[in-house]
Structures are given as C-alpha cells and as structure tokens.
Design a protein around this ligand. Structure first.
Ligand code: TRP
Length: 333
C-alpha cells in the first residue's frame, strides 16, 4: 500500500453529472483506484468562480459527491474530500503564485478565450473575468502538488493545466535545487470514447445536449427519444458506424448485443424508434442501480457529511507534510 503511486483528480461541481462525466471521468478514475493510491475530490472553490447562487452550488457539491459514491467510489479505499475542507490547498496556492509568471496565466486557454470574446465584442478585454478564473491554473496546480500526485487522470481539455502544474513545480525545484515538490504527469484519457450528445456533438453541459446520470426513468426515456436522427425510412438498411444511437449503445451494451443490433441496422426493417428503445433498455439497465444508490445517499445528508469529513481528516496530514517541506525549503518555518 505504502509504495503505490498516487492518482488524483477533481470534479468541478458546476452542474448535473451526465453520462459524459461518467464514462469520461468517473469510471476511468475508479478503475485507476484499483492500482493507485487514489485521492479524489470535489473542486468546490473552482466552481465558485462561476456559481454565485449558494443553493445551486451546494446542490451541485452534494450531487457530485453522491455521484462518485453511487458510481462505486469506496471511501475506505479512496481519500475522498471537498477541496474547501483542506485549507492547506489555499496556503500552497499562495506560495505557488510566487513561482507563477503572469505571462503563463495570460496564455491559459479559458482566460484567453474570455479575453478574445470580449475583444470581438469590442469591449473591455477583461470584462467578466474574475481573479479566480485568471488564477485557476494555480489553484489546480496546488490541488495536484499538495498530494504528491504521480498521475492525474483528466480529459484532453485539461492538458494545458497539467503542463502548467508541471512548469510551476519544476521552477520551485529549480530554485531550491532540490526535489521539494513532486512533478505530476497527466494520464490523458485518449482512449476513452467521446460520448456523443443528443444532437450528435460531444456531450457537454454547455451544449445542452447531455443525458443526466440520475434523472428518473420516464425522463431518461423521453430524452433518448429526442436524439436527432436522419429521415431514413424503416425498411432502409442503416449504417451503425454513423449513428449516434449506436455509438451510445456501444457504451452500455455487451459485445454480443452490439453485434446483434449492428446486424439489425444493416438488414433494414428497423426504424429509429426501435433503435432508441433498444438504447433505452441498456442505458436504463446500467443506470437504474446507480440512480437508486444515488437517491439513498442524497436522502441521508448526515452520512454524506460524515464521509466527506472523514476523507478530509485523512487528507490533511498528507497535505500538511507537503506544505511543511515547501515552507522549510523556502525559509518560512
Ligand atoms: N479543472 C478541472 C475540470 O474542470 C477540475 C479540477 C480542479 C481538477 N482541480 C483539479 C482536475 C485537479 C484534476 C486535478 O474538470
């Protein structure tokens, strides 16, 4: 146990968890937890940058926490906590600021995109940009570095953030001429299928095309029936490879089921409505038990609080050790 490498990742609680998060982030992270010492957390202060409604933020925090647990995270095995419960994160972030060139932050994708959009509108380049957004990569570097992370499982959109965390850790080590901080590596989920949304684009909260993980069965069915299809008639043979319904089906169905549905596509005689029924059946088969566990966890807020508190108690001594090492190296003792 002691010599295992550390895997760490966080989810920002800014909306309902959807099946894209499940296949893209939660499931692969839980697989890594079999081999690594896993530290998984809820990045609630990252969410605060955009979420100013307290009720909504609180609801999202609880939903993401319950979502991890419903998906199978075992809090006995994984150190599972809220970022906001670890004050050491913010102390480390402050120290890392001293090693973070402002120019590096100017180049961060999210900040650059905001500035560019403002420019196109002809307004103040920094309109709507708070310091939380500007310094987002430093806080994320602190999340990672604080726990001596070896691997950070993330999606492609986070690659730049991981590189920035590496740059920052390396410049600390270079300054003190010793390995004060562990330099993390990304575990980019290249092989994880892009989960298509209801409209065929990548599933994303921002495209409003997502299938939420925990919606009731009747709503799940309705959403699946809304998937956009072409106007091919029932009798026409269809191509599974270019069908969103089929791409989604593949995530949930066994290889035999996939083969059999593909054959029905190619044979003709099956309409899109029927394909959607097949899809609904396998999606609901996988999500129904998750949904039940989720409802049970959400219904018992005290138990959830206790789990998160225990997680924070396990996390803080690890965090304190990193911080003490850095402070000592820096001459702040
Ligand atoms: N930025 C990540 C996202 O938007 C969330 C996150 C915050 C994170 N801190 C992290 C991910 C540390 C991995 C490691 O998805």
């Amino acid at each position: 146990m002691a010599n295992r490498q550390v895997s760490l990742t966080g989810i920002k609680p800014t909306g309902d968890l959807h099946i894209g998060n499940y296949f893209g982030a939660i499931k692969p992270a839980l697989e890594l937890a079999e081999e690594y010492d896993a530290r998984y957390f809820i990045a609630d202060y990252h969410a605060l940058n955009t979420m100013k409604d307290p009720r909504e933020l609180n609801r999202c925090i609880r939903e993401v926490a319950a979502g991890w647990l419903a998906a199978g995270l075992d809090p006995e095995k994984v150190v599972f906590y809220r970022q906001s419960s670890i004050p050491e994160v913010f102390e480390l972030a402050t120290m890392l600021m001293a090693f973070t060139p402002k120019g590096l932050m100017n180049r961060a994708h999210a900040y650059k995109a905001a500035v560019q959009e403002n420019g196109e509108r002809g307004g103040d380049p920094d309109a709507g940009v708070n310091m939380g957004l500007f310094t987002y990569p430093v806080l994320m570097a602190a999340d990672i570095i604080l726990f001596d992370s070896d691997v950070v499982p993330v999606g492609k959109d986070q690659v730049q953030h991981i590189e920035m965390a590496q740059d920052i850790a390396r410049s600390v080590n270079a300054n003190y001429k010793q390995p004060v901080l562990k330099v993390p590596r990304g575990a980019i989920r290249e092989h994880v299928a892009v989960v298509p949304g209801l409209d065929g684009r990548k599933m994303s909260k921002s495209y409003d095309n997502a299938i939420p993980l925990f919606i009731p069965e009747t709503q799940l069915r309705k959403l699946i029936m809304r998937i956009v299809t072409n106007s091919q008639a029932v009798e026409e043979p269809k191509d599974p490879g270019s069908s969103q319904i089929f791409l989604l089906y593949k995530l949930f169905a066994s290889p035999e089921e996939q083969q059999s549905l593909a054959a029905r596509y190619r044979a003709g005689g099956m309409g899109w409505g029927e394909a959607k029924e097949e899809l609904f059946r396998v999606v609901n088969r996988e999500l129904a038990p998750l949904r039940e566990r989720f409802q049970a966890i959400i219904a018992d807020p005290r138990d959830l609080d206790r789990i998160l508190k225990t997680g924070a108690e396990k996390a803080r001594p690890i965090a304190a050790a990193t911080l003490a090492r850095f402070r000592k190296a820096a001459g702040i003792e």
